[in-house]
Ligand binder design. Structure first.
Ligand SMILES: NC(=O)c1ccc[n+]([C@@H]2O[C@H](COP(=O)([O-])OP(=O)(O)OC[C@H]3O[C@@H](n4cnc5c(N)ncnc54)[C@H](O)[C@@H]3O)[C@@H](O)[C@H]2O)c1
Length: 471
């Protein structure tokens, strides 16, 4: 089958490459000339484990190619996937569909008869109807199909998620769409392992938002329980395990942390709320999830302030991990950004390390010194804050890290380290969902005191009155 994929971002590039791995002839098209140039030279412009090798292998086999020329990509294609971005509209929170509609307008006069146009981008209910109208304005109805096939891959494990998904969701309005997509997925996936859910287009569009909103709610639930654990002296990791082993609950998405971020959950929960609002329906749980998560991300800075006895003015803080999660270079809506910016507003100097995200981070953050080496990053720091639990960060030698620091304070927002050990070697530890150390190690460091004129309360007040810009 010849397949065209419009948009070679995290989803388009992985999907196109995996379709090629299934033996199809795939052309990936993007407007970004730099991206296409780089892909044509065999350089993958994003960090996704295993993707370089797959792109190289299937390009070399002649099954996978890249172009900026849409007409060339669409020639002879029986399926066209739209995998362009749907970012939040500034100041509104709903999905910006201009890239999807632009792609539909551009492909409409170029597709062959009987082509199935599949929206893979995450789009609000009814977007497929609009895409169909756009194409129908230049082509006769019945000579093409528009289907929905939302993508559920996770950055960092995207290839495995694509090749071995929990399920595939297909939203179709005609037999041609159903037949072609069933052929595409059914031929490569074992139906006994991977169910293919075939629904109406509108239901398929909503399944994606409902899934992401549910997962965001699950994370937020455990985060709020983590706060309770800190107050009552319980341990949230043990709590999550005790809950999660109940099969009805499940252990995944029960890792308490600094609040969810990334390119999907924040924007998709907001977009779902906008859809619900438009239709006069209240989805209060999702509303509360969004509010609680935003407040949490801001509050994480206070955790750092508290760990430094109430003030970070003039303090040096080493941040380990910047991307919104490990194994990606994606900085979209990463919790590290509001945390660092808040600490900077409070007068802290920030040094930062991330295994792959520093290039992208340096385009967003200002006045941050970046270090390739985590130990160098921690040199003379008053505290180390772990925001993203990369394997290389988890493996750091805490004793060596402590030696380089001015004060042995560890704020572990991912519970990435063995806190008992950290405390044993003299760290003062602040973690998530565990009662924090009150003891302060004086052997390595001068006492931490509040500078005159600023109190811990001042900082709390400033945060509490912070803007809701991220919502
Ligand atoms: N990133 C994820 O983990 C993930 C997971 C599941 C679903 N999604 C959804 O998939 C969609 C794509 O996300 P992404 O992260 O891959 O986006 P992205 O921003 O990484 O990539 C989008 C690409 O589309 C290109 N593009 C835009 N308009 C175009 C046009 N008219 N013609 C050709 N190329 C065009 C852009 O240049 C860009 O390279 C979004 O709707 C997103 O919500 C993302």
């Amino acid at each position: 089958m010849k397949i065209a994929v419009i948009g070679t971002g995290y989803v388009g590039l992985v999907s196109g490459t995996c379709f090629a791995a299934w033996g199809h002839e795939v052309v990936c098209v993007d407007k970004n000339v730099e991206k296409i140039d780089s892909l044509e030279r065999g350089i993958v412009p994003i960090y996704e484990p295993g993707l370089d090798e797959l792109v190289e292998r299937h390009s070399a086999a002649g099954r996978l190619s890249f172009t900026c020329n849409l007409a060339e990509a669409l020639k002879g294609a029986s399926v066209v996937f739209i995998a362009v971005g749907t970012p939040p509209r500034a100041g509104h929170g709903d999905a910006d569909l201009s890239f999807v509609y632009m792609a539909a307008r551009e492909l409409a006069p170029l597709i062959d008869d009987d082509t199935v146009v599949v929206v893979k981008s995450t789009v609000p209910v009814g977007t497929g109807d609009v895409v169909q109208k756009i194409i129908a304005s230049v082509r006769e109805m019945g000579t093409f199909s528009v289907a929905s096939n939302p993508e559920f891959l996770r950055e960092g494990v995207a290839i495995r998620d694509f090749l071995e998904p929990d399920r595939v969701v297909i939203g179709v309005e005609d037999e041609r769409g159903r037949k072609v997509l069933m052929e595409l997925y059914g031929a490569s996936l074992d139906a006994r392992i991977t169910p293919i859910v075939v629904t109406q287009r509108r239901t398929s569009e909503l399944i994606k938002y409902a899934s992401n909103a549910f997962l965001a709610t699950k994370i937020t639930f455990i985060n709020e329980l983590a706060d309770l654990c800190e107050q009552v002296g319980s341990n949230v990791s043990e709590l999550a395990l005790g809950m999660g082993l109940d099969k009805r609950i499940g252990t995944s998405f029960l890792n308490a942390g600094p609040g969810y971020g990334g390119s999907c959950f924040p924007k998709d929960t907001m977009a779902l709320l906008r859809t619900a609002q438009d239709y006069g329906v209240a989805v209060r749980i999702v509303e509360e999830t969004v509010t609680a998560n935003e407040a949490r991300k801001r509050r994480m800075a206070l955790k750092v302030v508290d760990a430094l006895d109430g003030d970070v003015q003039g303090r040096t803080i080493a941040v380990l991990g910047l991307t919104f999660k490990p194994d990606t270079d994606d900085m979209r809506d990463a919790p590290s950004v509001p945390l660092i910016e808040t600490l900077q507003r409070f007068g802290a100097t920030i040094r930062a390390h991330d295994p792959v995200g520093m290039d992208n981070a340096s385009r967003i953050l200002t006045d941050v010194e970046f270090f390739d080496d985590a130990y160098e990053c921690a040199r003379n720091a008053d505290a180390v804050v772990v925001i993203t639990e990369w394997a290389s960060i988890r493996k750091l030698d805490l004793a060596r890290l402590k030696e380089t620091m001015r004060h042995a304070v560890l704020v572990d927002l991912r519970n990435a380290f063995d806190h008992g050990f950290a405390e044993k070697i003299g760290f003062r530890v602040s973690a998530i969902g565990r009662s924090t150390t009150t003891r302060y190690d004086t052997s390595t460091s001068a006492p931490l005191s509040l500078p005159l004129g600023r109190t811990a309360k001042d900082n709390h007040k400033e945060i509490a009155g912070g803007s809701n810009d991220n919502l």
